[in-house]
Design a protein around this ligand. Structure first.
Ligand SMILES: NC(=O)c1ccc[n+]([C@@H]2O[C@H](COP(=O)([O-])OP(=O)(O)OC[C@H]3O[C@@H](n4cnc5c(N)ncnc54)[C@H](OP(=O)(O)O)[C@@H]3O)[C@@H](O)[C@H]2O)c1
Length: 243
């Protein structure tokens, strides 16, 4: 099991929610963390929340823009681990009412963004390094109706990681699949319904509670530290996928 002490870790999506939780956990283990997102304000707030002594740098980049991703990896240089939690709220219309422009924007951000990250990360990732992407419980328990697109895209990450783990070996590639997590994105999706939704789900979950970002971060830490974990999807969902 490799330590993260002194390792250079890029966390795309680290300015909020699950990614911020991963950045916090990595900083606590002595890593140098580069937090990436689009909004400079969110990046500044994340840096402040990670503390004044934290070994943290921020870089603003949009993972849908190839030139920005090329610049990001050029600026960072050789590095040890890439984590991406970046994503946008999924489309949720029943299939007969699909807005294709909305679906394209989602696929562009979530899936093609990951492809671009992998393209440039593969060129400068240090030996023994890893990439970890994020899917989610919607692949196993899609909302009905309206969950077909998000389920397909989330599920595709497992196959992306399996193929990439073979292509890029001995670099490692994995996916973390969280259940419901209390983050700004969930807030945005559920609005006023969040407390009731969380209460009802917590009562059904074997874990008995809804996850915080800190509950999910250990799966990403494991994916980075475990030299023997590659091509895997790590479900960390409080048992949501088995109920
Ligand atoms: N929360 C849940 O219950 C849950 C459950 C399962 C799976 N997930 C998945 O986990 C991931 C993280 O979710 P979260 O709840 O942590 O969301 P969040 O709090 O909204 O954080 C999303 C992060 O991604 C960044 N981002 C979005 N688009 C980007 C882009 N094009 N380029 C660079 N950065 C970008 C955002 O910063 P900027 O907006 O400033 O760019 C932000 O830092 C998402 O993909 C989500 O689908 C979430």
């Amino acid at each position: 099991m490799a330590t993260l002490m002194g390792k250079k870790i890029i966390v795309v999506g680290g300015s909020s929610g699950i990614g911020l939780g991963v950045a916090e956990a990595a900083v606590r283990r002595g890593a140098k963390v580069i937090v990436v997102g689009r909004s400079p304000e969110r990046l500044e707030a994340a840096k402040a929340s990670l503390g004044p002594r934290a070994n943290v740098e921020t870089i603003s980049a949009d993972m849908t823009a190839e030139a920005e991703i090329a610049r990001l990896f050029e600026e960072v240089g050789p590095f040890d681990h890439l984590v991406s939690t970046a994503g946008s709220p999924p489309p949720g219309s029943p299939i007969g009412e699909t807005d294709i422009a909305e679906v394209r924007a989602f696929v562009d951000n979530k899936l093609l963004g990951a492809v671009l990250l992998a393209k440039y990360a593969s060129r400068t990732l240090n030996p023994g390094g890893s990439m970890t992407f994020t899917s989610g419980i919607n692949k196993d328990r899609p909302p009905v109706p309206g969950g077909a697109v998000v389920s397909a895209i989330a599920g595709s990450f497992s196959y992306f990681a399996r193929a990439l783990a073979l292509e890029l070996a001995t670099m490692r590639v994995n996916v973390v699949s969280p259940g419901w997590v209390d983050t700004p994105m969930f807030e945005q999706l559920a609005g006023d319904m969040k407390p009731d939704l969380f209460k009802a789900m917590a009562a059904r979950l074997p874990s008995g509670k809804i996850a915080t970002a800190a509950d999910i971060a250990p799966a990403y830490i494991h994916a980075m530290e475990s030299a023997f974990t590659t091509g895997q999807t790590l479900n960390i969902d409080g048992g949501q996928s088995i109920i």
